[in-house]
Design a protein around this ligand. Structure first.
Ligand code: GDP
Ligand code: MG
Length: 578
């Protein structure tokens, strides 16, 4: 799941960079933040599983609210850097309170590409790092664990170090939200609080920089804000009064135990459930553009299938069932003539016997003569024409889709991929058609043999055929065809061939001949469909969307999505959920 969320996040980042529409940009940026949060929360789950979990506490809030100042109060030190300048803290800074830095195993793994540095090594030029420092003193206010002073999320520069904020919030088992009287109503504060609700972190709000008297109105308004952003209970508020001389907030006497009590509400064992809830909650939104692409893929497959169905119909109408165009059976008849050994022609035919009997491996060796048959084939010319026509029609339909569909961009790009691939597709199809035609001669040959065996059972018919002039003439035509003297299609209209065919049809083997012809056609239909329209054209067409620009599309395959979704519904940690 972690890998999938990372992949999705990367795809969003890539697509966002190319996106021109401001509204789309904003919602994609929001999803990227959610994905960073989810990714971090999954890593947090791994951290909990890998070692004895420590308690992590995050001090979060808008800039200048006094997060670093409050961290110092809670740590009873001056470890966290405080400044009157906004955006002073820009890295997550952890302070080990009552535990040692060495106890924090697995933290580097949690932070992934973020590097752990000494606090003094943190630099303005680099945001993907964090520090972990031993706190030398103890205020007694904090439970043992790591207190994280975090960067703000609202200053102008905060976009550049936002990931650090999100990562430290997702790491936290409990959250200390610091707001000042100036900043508590800012939308950015409540956006963040809404975004982390599914993390189920026990939370307190510290209302800093208060002046006497303003407290109750602000708390009321805070409550309002909380209710708008969250569905869980309004947390404890700690009022911190502005202390001019010290420049530090003062933690009230009456709340000394508050944070330790809050720690009791941390439920590490529920993390897997929370994690799953978080993913489920956002899944549909995050994957909306991926679903839309998959829908487009389905539509594309349907469109391709429809076009190919029409193509097969043309092939059937204009070739297989066309009385003037169907030449394959005539070719079987020429093979039959050879088998019949027409007197007088036997010797000449013997020379071509090798050509007429048909081991496929010999195809290439046979060379020119057979290719001549393929070249002169009306069937091949027609098939190529149908393929060309199909691609033109597809391009038209793609244009329609581009205009009508919400995924217009997707269809436009498929169209341009199709345009650039069209010559190759047609060339491949042409080659496949030629190969089909050559190897189908085996079937033609076996149809001829079946007819010949039947004729042998009817010596009277066989002998009378051998004796007719028409048969001899037809045999000459067949021979001429083999020698390249005429084209295959001439067979269909050669009077001698027609006479031969009708002689056979009217003879005792007539019905058998029709049966052989019908089976040959059926077999031909299936072979052309599979070899040319499915294996060659359909498969290549369906793969075209894989070549869409990665920069503007998610290109997450239905299989990848299915695998991730099965993990989502899988009862992981089943025992721990109980
Ligand atoms: N006088 C006084 N100044 C405070 C108090 N809390 C914060 N400040 C000042 O507010 C500014 C911002 O504080 P800082 O802790 O750096 O805020 P952060 O950006 O949230 O970390 C600094 O100049 C602090 O000295 C307080 O309670 N009293
Ligand atoms: Mg700070």
């Amino acid at each position: 799941m972690l890998e999938f969320i990372q992949l999705l996040k990367q795809r969003y980042q890539a697509v966002l960079a190319q996106q021109g529409n401001e509204n789309v940009k904003t919602s994609y940026q929001q999803r990227i933040d959610q994905l960073i949060l989810a990714e971090a929360f999954i890593r947090k789950g791994q951290l909990i599983e890998a070692s004895q979990p420590l308690l992590h506490m995050a001090v979060v809030g808008p800039t200048q609210a006094g997060k670093s100042s409050l961290s110092n109060v809670l740590l009873n030190s001056s470890a966290a850097g405080v400044s009157p300048l906004a955006g002073y803290t820009i890295h997550p800074q952890g302070f080990c309170n009552g535990i040692s830095v060495a106890d924090c195993t697995g933290l580097q793994r949690y932070f992934g590409r973020f590097q752990q540095l000494q606090q003094t090594q943190l630099s303005k030029d680099r945001h993907d790092c964090y520090s972990l420092t031993q706190n030398p003193t103890d205020s007694g206010l904090l439970p043992y664990g790591v207190l994280w002073d975090t960067p703000d999320f609202d200053s102008i520069d905060s976009a550049t170090y936002r990931e650090g904020v999100i990562r430290s919030i997702a790491l936290a088992d409990m959250v200390i939200l610091v707001v000042s009287k100036e900043k508590y109503a800012d939308q950015s504060v409540w956006d963040i609080m809404a975004a982390v609700e599914e993390l189920h972190q026990p939370t307190i709000i510290c209302l800093n920089k208060l002046v006497e008297g303003s407290e109750s109105i602000i708390i009321q308004s805070l409550q309002e804000k909380w209710r708008q952003a969250r569905t869980d209970e309004f947390p404890e508020v700690v009022s911190l009064y502005y202390q001019k001389p010290g420049g530090l907030p003062v933690w009230p006497e009456s709340r000394q135990q508050l944070l330790k009590q809050l720690a009791n509400h941390v439920k590490h064992d529920k993390h897997p459930r929370f994690e799953q809830e978080l993913l489920k909650r956002h899944w549909q939104t995050w994957l909306a553009p991926v679903f839309a692409e998959h829908q487009a893929l389905n539509d594309w497959a349907e469109l391709v299938d429809l076009m190919l169905k029409q193509a097969m119909e043309s092939y059937q109408r204009d070739y297989l069932n066309h009385p003037h165009h169907y030449e394959t059976f005539q070719l079987a008849m020429t093979e039959l003539l050879n088998l019949m050994e027409i007197p007088g022609l036997a010797r000449i035919l013997a020379g071509t016997r090798k050509i007429l009997t048909w081991p496929v491996r010999q195809i290439m060796k046979l060379g020119r003569k057979r290719l001549h048959i393929a070249d002169s084939s009306y069937e091949i010319a027609l098939l190529n024409q149908i393929a060309e026509h199909t691609l033109i029609q597809l391009a038209d339909k793609l244009m329609d889709k581009a205009d009508q569909s919400q995924q217009g961009q997707w269809w436009r790009q498929v169209n341009s991929v199709l345009r650039s691939q069209r010559p190759d597709l047609l060339q491949d199809f042409g080659l496949a058609a030629k190969n089909y035609h050559l190897s189908f001669q085996q079937d033609v040959d076996s149809a001829a043999h079946r007819l010949y065996y039947k004729l042998q059972e009817q010596p009277v018919v066989l002998n009378s055929l051998r004796a007719t002039r028409a048969t001899a003439d037809a045999a000459v035509i067949a021979l001429t065809l083999q020698m390249g003297g005429i084209g295959l299609h001439d067979l269909v209209i050669a009077p001698a061939m027609l006479t031969l065919t009708s002689l056979l049809a009217e003879s005792a083997v007539g019905s058998h001949m029709h049966k052989v012809e019908t089976e040959l056609k059926q077999n031909q239909f299936n072979t052309v469909k599979q070899v040319l329209f499915v294996d060659s054209l359909r498969n290549k067409l369906l793969q075209l969307p894989e070549q869409l620009s990665m920069a503007t599309h998610f290109n997450i395959s239905p299989d990848q999505l299915r695998a991730a979704e099965s993990q989502l519904t899988e009862k992981r940690h089943g025992l721990r959920l109980l």
